[in-house]
Design a protein around this ligand. Structure first.
Ligand code: ADP
Ligand code: GLC
Length: 507
């Protein structure tokens, strides 16, 4: 009898077989067009998405190719890998002025990348400079991207555009290119950030784009009395619009978040969809990440996080003490990111047991404020005013908590990366932050992080204090959150499926 019970308690283990992934049919041809793409150029989350989503779509049986500008700032080592693919002249402006279009190509892990070359537009500086230069630059890029597809005789089922810089692509597709081969393609545009729209006076955009007069009426590009809005045009002409979270899809239909386009978006809401971003879990993988002192999984995080924390403190010259509560912040320093709130409550955040580690660059007023704060509190505040990929990985791994108190946040990737690295997010409930961070519930011990709703400094402080209190008084529950966060699915798989479904509906 005892023998029987023993057997029943320890069933014979058969090795778990992974269900083979069903490859959806038919194979779709998708062309991504965007102004930045990791590892070539990245200034923020758009660069991450342009890298990661095509890879996830590859697994959904999509032949994805990416078109981006051949900027001078692409690292030399990568520039050397690009192969010359062809060249032609293209007329761009209303007066027929012609420009050189060079085409370079490379392949990375099954994705083909095309680079549009023209030194006059892309031969210097960062991707984005000021509108005076950026408007002609992206008029050229958008038209050249479509001309390249005709040149290559590769006609995608769907052309997937990203942000205002590609707003003219859907407009060209339905006007000057409608009777050319690429005119068969459908277009989708994704709103990563509605704050930037590409607005300039009509004569300038009409001159550079060469688009017909009817593309500049109120239902398409016209805004106010004399301006044209490239993003507005893209939204009007595209067959589908997506944005990077459900909540942001709702928010942008209201005046505060709509940045002047809320009425336009309400009008177009029938073709507007919110699909939340993921992260590339191979690129962001604490088990294999070469930038970390010690690699870990959700099983070993509790053992190895302290080592990563001490390594981070050492690198940044902070007091090396893994008993401190370390808060990380990696961000563009702009008013979008809620830094005014952080500055307002910094003295209260620094309670003697807490360290703040900031990495970011952007507006001088924030850079100066954080530099001054670090100089005043060298033991407990570190402010690295730079763009530093390796340090960002070390912060995601070494911090205990991660701040994202944004004024608005279409999706936000940093909270997803933080969770994946076992670092508990403290976020404002807006956009994708609201959709991806379930607030911790002290009664049920569920949730992924600490949240606050209104954009008010005392509410941020309250969230930080709730997190800190749990960290210092109930480590078991705190550890429960971080292990849960590491197990959470933040990959692209589900969202890539949703994109594929939308592409199918369009074709
Ligand atoms: P946004 O696109 O609005 O800047 P996201 O959260 O979507 O915000 O994406 C930001 C991306 O840029 C993340 O991959 C983050 O790690 C990275 N990042 C932001 N600032 C820096 C920095 N100073 N150094 C390194 N990486 C940064
Ligand atoms: C934008 C948004 C950010 C989003 C990213 C990628 O830059 O500010 O919230 O995660 O694009 O979609």
């Amino acid at each position: 009898m005892a023998e029987k019970a023993k057997l029943a308690d320890s069933p014979v283990k058969t090795p778990k077989r992974k269900k083979p992934e069903v490859v959806p049919e038919p194979r779709l041809k998708i062309c991504f067009i965007g102004s930045e793409c990791y590892p070539f150029v990245k200034t923020g989350g758009l660069g991450d998405v342009m890298y990661a989503l095509p890879r996830a779509l590859l697994k959904q049986n999509c032949d994805v190719r990416v078109i981006m500008p051949h900027y001078m700032c692409i690292p030399q080592a990568l520039r050397r890998t690009l192969k010359f693919r062809g060249e032609f002249m293209m007329d761009l402006c209303a007066d027929g002025t012609r420009f050189y279009v060079g085409l370079l190509e490379t392949e990375l892990d099954g994705i083909t990348y095309y680079f549009i070359d023209n030194e006059e537009f892309f031969g210097w500086g960062n991707p984005y400079t000021d509108l005076v230069k950026d408007i002609p630059k992206y008029c050229f890029f958008d038209k050249a991207a479509l001309a390249v597809l005709n040149y290559l005789e590769w006609i995608p089922d769907v052309i997937h555009c990203h942000d205002w810089q590609t707003g003219l692509v859907p407009a060209y597709l339905r006007t000057l290119f409608s009777t050319s081969p690429v005119g068969r393609a459908k277009s989708m545009i994704t709103i990563h950030n509605l704050r930037f729209q590409g607005v300039y006076n009509i004569p300038t955009i009409q001159y550079w784009s060469g688009l017909p007069g009817y593309a500049f009426d109120y239902t398409t590009m016209k805004q106010g009395y004399e301006d044209a809005n490239m993003f507005k045009g893209g939204l009007a002409y595209a067959n589908a619009i997506t944005t990077v979270s459900r909540t942001y899809a709702e928010e942008i239909q209201t005046p505060f978040y709509g940045d002047g386009l809320d009425a336009h978006l309400r009008h177009l809401s029938g073709k507007l969809h919110g699909i939340v971003n993921g992260i590339d879990v191979e690129l962001w993988n604490p088990r294999t990440d070469h930038d970390l002192k010690s690699n870990y999984s959700y099983r070993t995080v509790l053992k190895y996080k302290p080592e990563n924390k001490r390594a981070l403190q050492k690198r940044l010259g902070l007091e090396q003490d893994d008993g401190k509560f370390v808060i990380g912040l990696v961000s563009r320093l702009t008013d979008q990111k809620g830094l005014d709130l952080v500055n307002a409550v910094l003295p209260e955040i620094l309670d003697g047991n807490t360290q703040l580690v900031l990495l970011g660059s952007g507006e001088a007023r924030y850079e100066d404020a954080f530099r001054a704060c670090a100089a005043a509190h060298p033991d407990c505040v570190s402010a690295t005013i730079a763009y530093a990929d390796d340090l960002s990985h070390q912060i995601y791994a070494g911090a205990d908590a991660f701040l994202v108190p944004s004024l608005f946040e279409p999706c936000g990737l940093t909270q997803l990366i933080a969770m994946h690295y076992g670092t508990v997010p403290i976020v404002r409930e807006t956009g994708g932050l609201k959709d991806t961070v379930l607030p911790y519930n002290a009664f049920t011990a569920e949730g992924n992080g600490f949240t606050f709703d209104r954009y008010e400094a005392p509410l941020l402080l309250d969230a930080v204090e709730r997190a800190r209190k749990l960290y210092f008084t109930d480590r078991e529950r705190w550890n429960g959150i971080l292990v849960r966060d590491m197990k959470k699915d933040v990959s692209w798989q589900n969202s890539a499926r949703q994109y594929r479904e939308l592409y199918m509906q369009l074709t």
